[in-house]
Each structure stands twice: as structure tokens, then as C-alpha cells.
Ligand binder design. Structure first.
Ligand SMILES: C[S@@+](CC[C@H](N)C(=O)[O-])C[C@H]1O[C@@H](n2cnc3c(N)ncnc32)[C@H](O)[C@@H]1O
Length: 297
């Protein structure tokens, strides 16, 4: 089986549609980072030059615009719906104090709703707040018939700047989902986003996180001239992607008043039979609880 090769930018994300190419994912969980081959190590080590400070400032300024243009180009066709598995539903069940409890969920960085709509379809006793900083993405969410006022409230917001309490009552959310969104935020600003979501989360509430993991295939495939910093890269369309180590993520949340319940690397080989490619995908999947101060005293 051939190893990775340069394929169009679009395939950098895991959950993209890629026409009819057959894929057979095999998945395993591990607590340690993927071990690189010598060739991969050499390639990463040789890619030292960073994008200029001027361009980095521009990318940060234009982050919202670049995501909005992404949705202008791709509309709702880029990401596949993220269907909730039994295991993930079990997580949500565990968040309920009693079986019929109506859960309040915030999907931070919801895109066009690929994560929330399958959930709204399958779980009748859930209310979803959904926000994104691309106005176009939020409009797509609002146009979906499942986004009715009794079950869903979608709004535009920059998680690093706009106080979520303008749209979501303080301490009212049971579960926050962060699915492939923190990776799009500059590492220096991730803490602001986590603090922001913490304000609307109930004490004892949980965060379910899934995002790109260290040494994912997409990280190794960036060409020279794309590196913004440690484990941080820019794509051709100006959107950025950070690749998380377990240690970095746990520290980020622990410094912001959360406790880690579980954090694992999910290793998946995506096999594209048609093209004879086998690519190692790495994601980081975690669950955090917001520390309840009254239980500590
Ligand atoms: C890879 S998409 C994931 C979308 C969705 N969570 C899903 O699973 O399909 C990343 C999303 O994060 C949003 N985003 C990036 N930076 C953000 C910020 N500072 N505040 C709010 N949303 C942001 C982008 O607009 C984009 O829709």
C-alpha cells in the first residue's frame, strides 16, 4: 500500500466528502502520541522556517473572513454529517441526572451544523445553542428546518472576543461540544475561548472535545512555507490548523478550571482503495468537567 502523497488541500480535513472514493476506517485508541518513522521525523525537523510575522498578523486579522469565504465556496457540501455513535450518546446519557432531563448543549464553532442536526434528529429532549464566527455558516444553520426556536438557537460569535453570555444565560449549559474548532484558533487565544465557554457552562458541566491530534497525516503533509509555529499550520485558503498533543490540551483546560476525565488519541487508517493509499489519521478526543467550587470546599 502506498504511503501518503500530496493530495488537494480539501482532503486535509478528516471528515470531508471525497466523491465516491471508498474508505475503510480502522480505529484504535491510545494514550501516547503516534510514533513517527525516521523519514517523517526528518521531514518535520527540516521544516523549520516560519511564515513571516507580517503574514501571520494578516491571517489572524482575516481569520473570520477566510472561514466565511470557505463557506461561500463550499456552502454545506464540505463536511460530512457527524453521526453520533452509541458511545457518544452514552456520554450524553451520563450527563443527565434523570432519563427524561432536557439537556442544554452548546456547539461552539458549529459550522453549518453537521454535528448538531444529526443530534437534533435523534435526541428529542435536547436544546442546542449553536454559534460560529462565519455569518454565512450561521445563516445555513438557521435555514435548516430542524433549527426551530423551541429546539435550537443559532448566533454569530467570535469565541475569543464576544461574550457568550450575550446569547446564552450564564451557567445554564450542561454540555459544550468543541468539534474541530479549537484547532482553527490561534494557540495564544485558545484560553480566551475556553474561558468564554466556561462562563455559560454549569459547574460540573462537561466539554466533549474532538480535534486534530499530533502527527496526523494532515500535519505531515503541509508543504514548506505553511508553518506558523509549533504544530500550527496554514492551509492554502488561509484557514489555520493546530495539531493537539494530549499534554497541551490537558494543560489548557486545567489552567482554565476544568478537570480532565479522559483524553485519548484516536488512530485511524483511512484506506482509499481506488487510489491505493493508506493514510494515518490522528485525532484527540477528550472529556473535561468544569470544577464545581462548592464541592472543593
Ligand atoms: C472545521 S470547522 C468545524 C465545524 C463543526 N464543528 C463541525 O464539526 O462540522 C471549524 C469551524 O470553527 C469556526 N471558527 C473558527 N474560529 C472561530 C472563532 N474564533 N469563533 C467561533 N468560531 C470559529 C469556523 O468558522 C468553522 O466553522
Amino acid at each position: 500500500m502506498a504511503l501518503s502523497r500530496n493530495v488537494p488541500n480539501k482532503e486535509q480535513d478528516v471528515d470531508v466528502k471525497d466523491g465516491d472514493a471508498p474508505r475503510v476506517p480502522r480505529q484504535s485508541c491510545t494514550s501516547t502520541a503516534r510514533v513517527l518513522t525516521q523519514e517523517e521525523l526528518d521531514r518535520l525537523r527540516s521544516d523549520r522556517a516560519l511564515v513571516s510575522e507580517f503574514k501571520q498578523v494578516k491571517l489572524e486579522k482575516e481569520a473570520q473572513r477566510n472561514w466565511d469565504l470557505f463557506y461561500k465556496r463550499n456552502t454545506t457540501n464540505f463536511f460530512k454529517d457527524r453521526h453520533w455513535t452509541t458511545r457518544e450518546f452514552e456520554e450524553l446519557k451520563a450527563c443527565r441526572e434523570f432519563a427524561s432531563q432536557r439537556l442544554v448543549l452548546l456547539e461552539a464553532g458549529c459550522g453549518v451544523g453537521n454535528c448538531i442536526f444529526p443530534l437534533l434528529e435523534d435526541d428529542r429532549s435536547i436544546f442546542v445553542y449553536a454559534c460560529d464566527f462565519s455569518p454565512r455558516a450561521v445563516d445555513f444553520v438557521k435555514q435548516n428546518p430542524l433549527c426551530c426556536p423551541e429546539r435550537c438557537c443559532a448566533f454569530q460569535c467570535d469565541l475569543t472576543k464576544d461574550d457568550l453570555r450575550e446569547n446564552v444565560p450564564e451557567g445554564s449549559v450542561d454540555v459544550v461540544t468543541l468539534i474541530f474548532v479549537l484547532s482553527a484558533i490561534h494557540p495564544d487565544k485558545m484560553k480566551l475561548a475556553v474561558q468564554n465557554i466556561s462562563r455559560v457552562l454549569k459547574p460540573g458541566g462537561i466539554v466533549l472535545f474532538r480535534d486534530y491530534g499530533l502527527y496526523d497525516h494532515a500535519m505531515l503533509r503541509f508543504k514548506a512555507g505553511s508553518k506558523l509555529g509549533d504544530n500550527f499550520y496554514v492551509r492554502q485558503d488561509g484557514t489555520r490548523s493546530y495539531f493537539f498533543s494530549k499534554e497541551f490540551l490537558n494543560q489548557l483546560f486545567e489552567e482554565t478550571g476544568f478537570q480532565s476525565v479522559a483524553t485519548d488519541y484516536v488512530l485511524r487508517e483511512t484506506v482509499n482503495k481506488k487510489e491505493g493509499l493508506c493514510v494515518p489519521r490522528v485525532f484527540l478526543q477528550s472529556k473535561f468537567t468544569k470544577i464545581n467550587p462548592s464541592q472543593n470546599s
